[in-house]
Design a protein around this ligand. Structure first.
Ligand code: HEC
Ligand code: HEC
Length: 259
């Protein structure tokens, strides 16, 4: 009898805790969550549609919305988790701060125009995102963050020379293609489906092998560190030099494989 009562009480307590946690998400935060996951956020996926056609990327392709250090899911995203964004107070290495910070969804306003709407980074206005949507995203960031300050990191934006030097370091390392295959799946596959198929990003292994394989490997390594037009860069805390060396070795091996 006693046991049954304790069980019933603890079940009741668990249930009410669960509903409390669910009830906590405000309507605004729920809207932010949906925007965060929406591949048509910021435009339309209809190639003939208006307004602006979007890339089909969603925030969740490049950012986790949970504590990746505490509960890793195996994916390697170019951006850091949005847990902790409201505590940061500035973004883009201090370019977005003060009153602009909230209005730019903690820096997400930059990504909105650049990665979703394909606007060149020097033309991006981080507060062009509609205010209601920026607020909804911030409400969601607050919801998932609580007191969690999130990951600590510094933005690593490399110019051409720095990316080329980074590639030199990477190519001097011995790569492991089996490990590279796994890492490719976890980091690149979201946009470059498999190395022989294109997705949002192009096919990385073409049917005609490159004339100069070393040059090709160098380009891939530099591209990962610097990013491209829409492709985001991967900083050293997302993919280490050894990780990139492994990925490059994997792609290079496929390049030479005849089927
Ligand atoms: C194609 C990949 C990609 C997409 C899509 C993307 N981001 Fe980002 N985002 C990045 C990268 C890379 C950075 C810079 C490094 C970092 O913050 O981890 C960044 C930076 C940020 C930052 C600022 C971090 C800081 O403190 O400087 C926030 C906030 C953010 N993104 C939110 C968003 C939101 C919201 C969306 C959807 C509207 C989004 N991002 C879409 C890749 C992306
Ligand atoms: C969020 C999407 C995304 C992710 C993730 C991504 N790429 Fe890309 N990548 C692209 C897009 C889009 C392009 C086309 C050029 C541009 O817009 O930057 C591209 C272009 C490239 C290019 C230049 C084209 C070529 O064949 O020379 C290389 C190299 C490349 N990606 C390698 C990688 C590798 C390696 C990874 C994983 C570490 C990766 N990419 C992850 C989207 C992505």
């Amino acid at each position: 009898m006693h046991k049954v009562l304790t069980f019933a009480l603890s079940a009741l307590l668990t249930l009410s805790l669960i509903s409390l946690a669910n009830a906590e998400m405000s309507e605004k935060a729920q809207m932010g969550r949906e925007l965060f996951y929406d591949p048509s956020f910021g435009g339309t996926l209809d190639p003939y549609g208006k307004p602006a056609k979007v890339t089909g990327l969603s925030c969740t392709d490049c950012h986790a919305d949970f504590d990746e250090a505490a509960n890793p899911d195996g994916r390697i995203r170019s951006g850091h988790s949005i847990v902790g964004v409201p505590h940061r107070g500035q973004a883009k290495g201090g370019m977005i701060k003060g009153d602009m910070f909230r209005r730019a969804a903690g820096g997400g306003g930059f990504c909105y125009q650049h990665f979703l709407q394909r606007i060149p980074s020097d033309k991006v206005d981080p507060i062009a995102i509609p205010e209601e949507q920026a607020e909804a995203l911030m409400a969601y960031f607050e919801h998932v963050s609580g007191d969690n300050k999130g990951p600590q990191f510094e933005i690593q934006m490399l110019d051409k020379e720095a990316a080329s030097a980074a590639a030199d370091t990477i190519l001097a390392m011995k790569g492991d293609s089996t490990r590279g295959w796994k890492l490719y799946s976890r980091a690149c596959n979201v946009c470059h489906l498999t190395a022989k198929k294109s997705g949002i990003g192009p096919q990385l292994v073409r049917s005609k092998p490159p004339a100069d394989l070393e040059k090709r490997k160098h380009k891939i390594a530099a591209y990962v560190r610097r990013g491209g037009f829409v492709m985001p860069f991967f900083a050293t805390d997302r993919l280490s030099d050894q990780d990139v060396a492994d990925i490059v070795t994997f792609i290079a091996e496929l390049t030479n494989k005849k089927k």
